[in-house]
Design a protein around this ligand. Structure first.
Ligand code: FES
Ligand code: FES
Length: 164
């Protein structure tokens, strides 16, 4: 049963085109997109990191562009196409980036992986044959404390080669 404080929270209706589906939800106005995705919509693949715009682990795609969901309010993306890691695979089939990350062990603890994959997808959608430097630049906002980045870059190269 909601307490007095919960009843007093101001809420708003937000409509998103989320992972290919139209979604309408009532959310507290103070919540970030990251919090709404995880806590209200159950999409916990988007990871909660610094909440300061510094680590990239909360990356989602908005109209195909990587954006930091910890710095967005849901109303800022009203009516726009939002893709989370849950929307990357096509049904049961992994996206080639996911397959390459698995094959090359580019995910260790995996905490950075959803953001890395989405940033890499945006890159390959724009530039199907990126150079190594272009891959490094595209992923520069996504921090990884485990891999040393080389396997991640190699996995993006492998996926790009297969998708070309
Ligand atoms: S949690 Fe958003 S950038 Fe770190
Ligand atoms: S795999 Fe652990 S932070 Fe990147």
């Amino acid at each position: 049963m909601p307490g007095a404080l919960d009843r007093d929270v101001q809420r708003e209706v937000v409509r998103l085109h989320l992972n290919g589906d139209d979604v309408e939800t009532l959310v507290p106005v103070h919540k970030t997109l990251l919090e709404v995705l995880r806590e209200d919509l159950g999409l916990t693949g988007t990871k909660h990191g610094c909440e300061l715009g510094e680590c990239g682990t909360c990356t989602v795609l908005v109209d195909g562009r990587p954006m930091l969901s910890c710095l967005l309010l849901p109303l800022q993306v009203e009516g726009r196409a939002v893709t989370t890691i849950e929307g990357l695979a096509e049904g049961p089939v992994d996206h080639p980036l996911q397959a390459a990350f698995t094959e090359l062990a580019a995910a260790q603890c995996g905490y950075c992986t959803p953001g890395m994959l989405l940033a890499a997808k945006s890159l390959l959608d724009d530039n199907p044959k990126p150079s190594r430097v272009e891959i490094q630049e595209a992923l520069a906002g996504n921090l990884c404390r485990c891999t040393g980045y080389l396997k991640i870059v190699e996995a993006v190269e492998l996926a790009a080669g297969r998708m070309a």
